[in-house]
Each structure stands twice: as C-alpha cells, then as structure tokens.
Ligand binder design. Sequence first.
Ligand code: ZN
Length: 475
Amino acid sequence: MKQELLKALSTIKGEGDWVALRHVREKGHYFMARDARLDNTTMWNDAGVMVEVMINGQIGYAATPDLSTTSLHAAAKRAREQAFAASKRGVFTFDQSVRPPNKGSYRTPVEKPFADADLAKLTEVLIKGTEKLKSNSSIISTNAMAMNYDIDMVYVSSNGAEIEQSLSQICLESLATASKDGETQTRSNGFISKQMGLELLNENEFYTDCTRVGEEAYELLSAENCPSGTMDLLMAPNQLYLQIHESIGHPLELDRILGDERNYAGWSFINPEDFGTLQYGSKLLNVTFDPTLKSEMACYNFDDGGAKAEKEFLIKDGLLVRGLGALESQKRSDIPGVSNFRASHWNRPPTDRMANLNIEAGTSSLEEMISGVEKGVFMNTNRSWSIDDYRNKFQFGCEYAQMIENGKITKTLKNPNYRGVTTPFWNNLKMVGDKSTFEIWGSPYCGKAEPNQVIRVGHACPTCLFENIEIFGGQ
Ligand SMILES: [Zn+2]
C-alpha cells in the first residue's frame, strides 16, 4: 500500500504547498451472547484515503474510498479548494512544521490474531460465559461480549513522511443483572479494553471472572445502601480510569481550551496561563501521556499528523505542566503538548484526542491504604457519570462498594456514589497505590468533534485513596 500511495502522491503533490495521503483500513468483529444464546454477530471491513492539502498556511481535507487516480485527483482538488477558502479567514497560519517528515512503523505485539480465530469456538466460550454468570436463580439477565478492531494505516507526505502502523485492539465484557423482591442490581467486569490479540480471552480465567461477576450481582441484592457523608474514598482502577478520562483528559485538551469544541463537546475550566502554575492535584499526583505502555489500548509510534509519539508528564507532583494538544494547537497556544493528533476513521481529519493517559504508580500497598482509613468506602466499576461542560463539577456512581471502618473492610455496599469539583478532588488525593495495584483499562467509546469521531483510548492507574469526599447512597 505504501508504494501505491507514494506513486499517487507523486502525481498530486502539485495541488498544494504541501500534500499528504493517509490510507486506513479497519476490520472488526463483534460477538455477543445473551442468556446462553448467541445474540448478535457483526463484522465490518472499511477502507479509504484522506487527502490533505496545505495552501497559504491552511489545511483542507477530502476523503475517498476509491483509490483510482481520477478519484484521488478529485479529492485533492476539493481539499485544495477548502484550504484556499479557509486561507481568507484562518485563525492561524501554519507551516509544514506541524506535519513533521518522520519515517517509521509500528505493529501491536499479538500472540493470537483475531483474524485466525475459530469463531464457532469463540461463540461457544461466550455462551458458556453467560452460563457461569448465572450463579443462581435470582440472576435474570446475562451477557458476554467480545469485539476487536484490526487497523492498518499508511501515511505519506510531500515533505517526506512515510509511516506504516498496524493496531490490534480487543474488548471483552461480561455482565449480570440480579433481581429479587423489587431490588435489581447489575454487576459487570468493567468492559476490558486492550491493545493485543485474542490472547486476552483466557478461557478459564474468563469463566472464573464470569462466576465472580454473577456472585457479586447476587451479593448486592442483600447489601446495605451506601451511607452518605464526607469521608475517605478508596477507588479501584476500574473506576479511577473514567475519573481520569472525564476530569483530567477532557479538560486538558488544548483545542477545548482554545474554544474549538465549545458548541459541541464543551469547553474547559483550564486557562492557558494555568500551565506551569496550577496545582491540579496533591503532590502525589503524576499523570502521563504514554503511548508506549504495552497492551494499553492506544499505543502507537506516530500520531495521525506524523509526530513521533513519546511519553510526557502532563501533571508532575500535582503541578499542571503540559496539555493534551498536538502540533497545531501547540503552535496556536504556545503551550507544550503531546503527539495526540488522531482521526477516528479514514474519512475524518485528526483533532486533539486522548490516547493512553495514565496515573503513575505510587508507593502504598492496598493493605496500607485500607488500614489508614478510619471511615470510608472502597468503590469499584463505573455505573453512571455526569460532568459539566467545563469539566469541573462531577458526580459518579459505581456498581459495587465495600465499607471500610477502623482500617478494615466490614461489609458490601450497594448504590455507591460520590461528587466533587475537579481540582479540590485531585488535591484530596492522600495515598497512591504501588505497582501491585496498577491496572490497564481503556474504552473504545470516547466521542468528540463535529462530525462526531468516536475514538479508542487507554487509561492505566493504581488504586488511589482520597480524603474528605462527599459520598452518598442512591436507589
Ligand atoms: Zn471522552
């Protein structure tokens, strides 16, 4: 594909001051079993080329699924016209430095390619998973899902970029709903999302986990309601990853801070002058953009603008030092950023996105954190979330919790929730779990931009302890 694109590029590069072609092919599978039956199978295979043309410091985009010379020329002309029209009203004049001429490749390390999977066997495993989820007669609904994405990308540009990357991503979900005497509770495995092959689905571990999920759904039926009050909150990585996503990731996107997303995904409470000065969290908070953590959902070597992907601290010892912005936003704002220019599909232009956004491990063991709590709640797995347009005030609910009293876990709690305001919340971070508590999570469903782009992100973090958090029970 690279040679084909380079040949096409040689014939259309005269259409602008700079021209690039990005070819993306995405193949995927979705398998869902429900209540011991196969419920849904979907497969997709989609490919096309995005043509980018720079004229007078503006970049225009036009895409086509047709790789013929005629079609690529037509797309280049549309992109040229768009760039030319934008050059009369541009908010900033770019140059080729926002599209570095890097060369290289990346491939997800995969032991069991999904493409080679025995799909009948996979279906069987998912169906058996739903049987394990039904731990007793109070379980009224079960489902088990496996989904994968195989993406091949090639990017070439008139200033010399030549990049080939192949990603394999996989998601695995199991979920059970229990109901008895008017009480209904749902427990899940938290929707595991990784960058790897089908080796993620270890049959025996999957069945053991499905059994646990089913038993915990049943356990919640007789659990006490979560108490209300201001107390300690111990948060497992399966909830903390979404807290990172919503209250660190989205507010630090530089295009939001610059106002680009204001009428759709929202703005940010962060101002440009906060970088280098704002104590975002306590001194224990270290947040990194890390495209190199093996098996995390959004690993890559180059972003979709051709920038080399490297690990960077966004928050160091609690201080905000860097934004989630790619080269265009960095030039516009003069704020340091990262290589996060990402497009969801071949027919979408890249924008500032999260990729792998993590909290670095600390030094506390789980036992030390629990024993340090006089009164608090240990929460697991997101159930609901709400956060304002500025990414400031939020409220989250979890599936499963445990009461901690005088340094010991005493009972299971249902309907746990907490609320807070972003920077006071992160400044209440009291203890950060060590490597033994560190887990890799992610999501295939981060939405942003117009037209909408749903993108896959990774978040890895340890279990963390927060103090003075407003906790409350629900229905
Ligand atoms: Zn998101």
